[in-house]
Design a protein around this ligand. Sequence first.
Ligand SMILES: [Zn+2]
Ligand SMILES: [Zn+2]
Length: 361
Amino acid sequence: MRVTAAVLETAGGPFVPQEIDLAPPGPDEVLVRVHSVGVCGTDLEFSTFFPTPAVLGHEGAGVVEQVGSRVTTVAPGDHVAMSFTSCGTCPLCLTGSPAYCRRFDAVNFTGRRPDGTTALSRDGEEVNGHFLGQSSFASHVVAPARAVVPISRDIDLAHVGPFGCGFSTGAGGVLNVLRPRPGSSLVIFGAGAVGVAALLAATLSGCAVIAAVDVNPDKLATARTLGATHVVDSGRTDAAAALREIAPDGFDFAIDTTGREQVLRTAVEALGPLGHCGVIGIGPSPTMSFDWRSVLNGRTITGIIAGGAIPQVFLPKLLDLHAAGRFPVDPLLTHFPFDQINEAVAAVRAGTVGKAVLTLP
Ligand SMILES: [Zn+2]
Ligand SMILES: [Zn+2]
């Protein structure tokens, strides 16, 4: 079928909306018509080196139009969010950790299905896709059933897209992995969509001290309204010194959403003894470093993919909390029509929006 997709023609280049061809779903796949798709930092990071031509996008939500012959988990007409995929057969998938699937990169990041094929093409030329189980910068997606999460029809699909990655990454890092006890202290580096989702999860966990660190005063103001007890403008002040004043004995927990070496160092060194730092951001720095003495006192650093979540279990819970007004992410969302994808990307890069969401007719 002919679909509309925003094709990355060259690495680092713009996304070019156009009509391309999408093959029907295979036996274990689902055809989803996309209603909204968030723009995530991971899309921008991968757009600099992903093999082109390609369709990225991995925070899609929409309605199932067709299912493969072996699919039993969803049916046409079901509303769904989409998330990462996983092999389903490795020991880590079988023991409830699909975010750490042994074949995670092979099934999410090659631009192809595991068998080397792609459902996307253009005048006979193959187009890379299947990005994080979807490639949802498009009007339609062929996704593996494992990447698809059925959700209630009562939820406005325009708000759902970012739950598939950004919001579940931030919230899951806190609720599934760090698991702070009530009364804990937690500092979040980066007050973008992922950081704010972590912040809201910290409030749900009953953290007594929740500090947000960012260089953007507007994002810090939003963090303050959503439950941060302290904010630190690291563009104007020495963040390490400011955090020592807030928590003189060190924080119980830290979350880094930036992937920047200096920020990671500050995050680890802001911890108290036995403190736990979750590293969830994919950022520009290839390495992290810190004084080795700073981790001797029982500090833990844990890398976290996709909030450590089982999407089919975690996303519906997060959406229930959202519906109950207890996970109020709506102020973060700025909607753009799909054909303004490059304007949305520019706004994300400039930090002028909390979370850009593309909407399709
Ligand atoms: Zn696996
Ligand atoms: Zn993402």
